[in-house]
Design a protein around this ligand. Structure first.
Ligand code: KIV
Length: 283
């Protein structure tokens, strides 16, 4: 039976009922199929694809066109899941017009249900304009990787009272501007808990503790595929890097030992055709 697609009102009901929202990134068709089969509530086609798929050092080089291609693939793999496109660096910071046009591309070209963008107070105008265009916006505050240079690297935010207050001000600005959900990244649980209690929109965490309305993880971390580094907040549920490397090694071993392909992997000639072929080759 096809999975029932959850929509925005379902996430608001879940917040009210204290039911946790499960959210995972995905960048391609097969992984999106797995996520949907696993019953994921939402999928993010994150600009983390820059690191997880393309091998960039960060998310800054990722382009709108790359994001759209991956969103299209994920949409095909997970037709019955709420899928969110992530706005890459410089697709919304330069002007409000750019922000609305690029946000719209995620819906028109890739069938996304919503978009996510990074920042609080400083992108409130963009959130308001995109929302006024009828698009569901998800805010992203705390550690915002696209501006990690300004944050002094990929560092947890809100660890002092002053910094926590800035995170809360960002959260309030995002809700006030019209965002329909908020993601908080790498912030202490007590700060996230305050935000989740204060805001009426669902508040989700990645590395921001358990006391909120749901969790996000990066699929490449969860399955043990991304190897460059592992953030503190990641729980690895399996080690596909090991599984895949072992399978590839076993394949090389078989080829070198002439054990692959076996009889069962070969197409046989049709009855009587081999004799005809052999006779012809003798001539
Ligand atoms: O791109 C992404 O996957 C993200 C997460 C780091 C939250 O934005």
């Amino acid at each position: 039976m096809a999975k029932t697609k959850l929509m925005l009102h379902d996430f608001y009901r879940m917040k009210q009922a204290g039911e946790k929202i499960c959210w995972l990134t995905s960048y391609d068709y097969p992984t999106a199929q797995f996520a949907e089969a696993a019953g994921m509530d939402m999928i993010l086609v994150g600009d983390s694809l820059g690191m997880c798929v393309y091998g960039y050092a960060g998310t800054v080089p990722v382009t709108m066109d790359q994001c759209i291609v991956h969103c299209e693939a994920v949409r095909r793999g997970a037709p019955n899941t709420f899928v969110i496109g992530d706005m890459p660096f410089l697709s919304y910071q330069v002007s409000v017009e750019d922000a609305v046009r690029n946000a719209g591309r995620f819906l028109k070209e890739a069938g996304m249900d919503a978009i996510k963008l990074e920042g609080g107070v400083r992108v409130a105008r963009q959130i308001e304009a995109i929302t006024n265009a009828g698009i569901v916006v998800i805010g992203h505050i705390g550690l915002t990787p696209q501006s990690s240079g300004q944050l002094g690297g990929h560092k947890a935010q809100g660890r002092t009272a002053d910094s926590a207050q800035l995170v809360v001000e960002d959260a309030l600005a995002v809700e006030q501007a019209g965002a329909k959900m908020l993601l908080v990244e790498a912030v202490p649980p007590e700060v996230t808990a305050y935000i989740a209690q204060t805001l009426s929109i669902p508040v989700l965490s990645i590395g921001a503790g358990p006391r909120c309305d749901g969790q996000l993880l990066i699929v490449s971390d969860l399955i043990g595929q991304f190897q460059a580094f592992t953030p503190k907040f990641v729980k690895k549920y399996c080690n596909v890097a090991q599984v895949i490397t072992n399978a590839m090694k076993a394949y090389c071993d078989d080829v070198r030992a002439d054990k692959f392909p076996g009889e069962e992997h070969c197409y046989r000639m049709l009855e009587g055709e081999h004799d005809k072929f052999a006779a012809r080759m003798k001539k």
